[in-house]
Write a protein that binds this ligand. Structure first.
Ligand SMILES: [Zn+2]
Length: 182
C-alpha cells in the first residue's frame, strides 16, 4: 500500500507555492502512484502533491472514470464561460461551498515520462484542473469565494471535527459525498 496521509487545512505546506518538476525519474513515478492510490482510496476528484506534503507541481485526477495525472500544468481558458457549483477539498474534509470557476480549460503539461500532454476539460474536469493547479500556487478554493461564501465556509470549518487551530491534524479517512472534492 502506498496510500499516504493527506495534509489538512492549517498545514503551512498547503500555503506554500510548489516547485516545477525537473527530474522525470523513478521517484517521480512513485509519487504519481502514491497520489493516484491515495486519491482512489479517498474517492476524490483530484489530489495535488502538496496535499501529501510534497512541494512539486503535479496533480492527479479521477473524473468521469478517467484517471490521469499532469505535471507542471499550465492552464489556458478558450472562452469566458463560467460555472458555479459545489466544490470541496480532501484537505478540508466535509466542507462544500458553491465556487465559481471557468467552464472550459486547456491544461498543458507533461506526463510522468516527460512527454508533453494536454488535458482538455469542461465542467467537472475543468473545475478539477483549476482547483488542483491552485494548490500548486498555495491557493485554496476558499480564496476563490466571495466574502459571504467564505464566511459560510469558515463556519463549516470551525465546526468540523478535524479542525484544531492549535495543532493542525492530518487525516487519512475523510467523509465521502457525491460532489466534487469528495
Ligand atoms: Zn483541494
Amino acid at each position: 500500500m502506498t496510500i499516504q496521509p493527506i495534509r489538512l487545512f492549517g498545514d503551512p505546506v498547503l500555503r506554500t507555492p510548489a516547485d516545477p518538476v525537473v527530474d522525470f525519474d523513478k521517484e517521480l513515478r512513485k509519487l504519481v502512484k502514491d497520489l493516484t492510490e491515495t486519491l482512489l482510496d479517498q474517492q476524490g476528484a483530484g489530489l495535488a502533491a502538496p496535499q501529501l506534503g510534497v512541494g512539486l507541481r503535479l496533480f492527479v485526477y479521477d473524473v468521469d472514470d478517467v484517471v490521469g495525472h499532469l505535471i507542471n500544468p499550465d492552464l489556458a481558458f478558450p472562452d469566458d464561460e463560467e460555472q458555479d457549483g459545489p466544490e470541496g477539498c480532501l484537505s478540508i474534509p466535509g466542507v462544500y461551498v458553491d465556487t465559481k470557476r471557468r467552464m472550459n480549460v486547456v491544461a498543458k503539461g507533461f506526463n510522468q515520462h516527460g512527454d508533453p500532454v494536454q488535458v482538455v476539460g469542461s465542467g467537472m474536469l475543468a473545475r478539477c484542473c483549476q482547483h488542483e493547479t491552485d494548490h500548486l500556487d498555495g491557493v485554496l478554493f476558499l480564496d476563490r469565494l466571495d466574502a459571504k461564501r467564505r464566511k459560510d465556509a469558515m463556519k463549516q470549518i470551525r465546526a468540523a471535527e478535524w479542525y484544531n487551530p492549535d495543532a493542525p491534524p492530518t487525516v487519512k479517512v475523510s467523509p465521502h459525498s457525491g460532489v466534487f472534492g469528495r
